[in-house]
Design a protein around this ligand. Structure first.
Ligand code: AMP
Ligand code: FE
Ligand code: FE
Ligand code: ZN
Length: 270
């Protein structure tokens, strides 16, 4: 099955609107897609309208950044996005980004990079993230490429990086479940754990309620994919597939066994 269970839109740091993402899915004959924006569900209502028009099956989702040594991203599928209490929780995540963005701009200023918060806000339609900062740095000639901005300044652990105030992984899983969602660990590659360390970590997550693992991801190698599939089997987690599409040039659309997709779809309780 051609699906894509992890794409971003202008509601966070993707470059296509929810409507445009649905059209793209339709053009690529992807019939099941999940809009999983960073810390926001603001793109879902627009996406739903477009999905109904085009006959695309849209899973309402989000990708929560949770607290961990590195960054852990937790996907939540079928979340109850119209629930006001859930919206409240998500809005708090959004607000914590504002504070963090201010701090990052301060650090960049020390390198002589002048970017105002107003400029940053004007460059984004929804939740602001590091890609928006990187784009401005390129536009102003502070770096020559988007990649360079991350590699030299704003990548994890680089000098201008500031982490966001985050819920714990356990809390992220609990909140997703409380609001009818299915928690799935995004891109296990970026836990930077392998073998026994990864096994221990996944075992912990399964204990606190994880239901799926993004085994198939655009940047996983064959070996990584195999390792993650074994772990999914070991801990009875549903294997999922997502590209993490943000912009033109990124992979869009992934293959997933029908059986795995059915398992995920059967968890839908909304
Ligand atoms: P944020 O949520 O603001 O911390 O930004 C995270 C986003 O930044 C990710 O979803 C990617 O889109 C992007 N990103 C993070 N690290 C890199 C990197 N090394 N190169 C390119 N993009 C990156
Ligand atoms: Fe992103
Ligand atoms: Fe992510
Ligand atoms: Zn993502």
């Amino acid at each position: 099955m051609k699906v894509d269970l992890h794409v971003h839109t202008t509601a966070s740091d993707g470059l296509l609107s929810p409507t445009a993402i649905i059209s793209k899915a339709n053009e690529n004959r992807i019939n099941t897609i999940a809009i999983a924006d960073h810390d926001t569900i603001d793109g879902i209502p627009e996406g739903m309208v477009a999905a109904n028009e085009k006959g695309v099956n849209l899973i309402p989702a989000l990708e929560i950044s949770a607290k961990h040594d590195k960054q852990i991203h937790m996907l939540g599928y079928f979340v109850d996005y119209t629930n006001l209490k859930f919206q409240n929780f998500v809005n708090k995540l959004k607000n914590s980004r504002d504070d963090r963005n201010q701090k990052m701009l301060k650090k960049l200023e020390k390198f002589g990079f002048e970017i105002t918060i107003e400029e940053l806000k004007a460059s984004a339609e929804g939740n602001i993230g590091r890609p928006h900062i990187a784009d401005i740095m390129v536009k102003k000639g502070y770096v020559s490429t988007f990649k360079e901005a991350f590699e030299r300044y704003i990548g994890n652990d680089k000098s201008c990086y500031v982490s966001k105030e985050r819920p714990s992984i356990k809390k992220a899983i609990e909140i997703i479940k409380k609001y009818k969602g299915v928690p799935v660990l995004a891109h296990p590659k970026y836990t930077f754990l392998r073998n026994e360390d990864l096994d221990t970590f996944i075992s912990y997550l399964a204990d606190v309620g994880l239901e799926g693992l993004e085994v198939y991801y655009s940047k996983h190698s064959k070996e990584e994919q195999e390792e993650y599939l074994k772990l999914a089997e070991k801990y009875s987690l549903i294997p999922t597939a997502g590209s993490d599409y943000h912009r033109n040039g990124d992979v869009f659309g992934m293959d997933l066994k029908e059986d795995y997709l059915d398992r995920l779809l059967s968890m839908n309780s909304i």
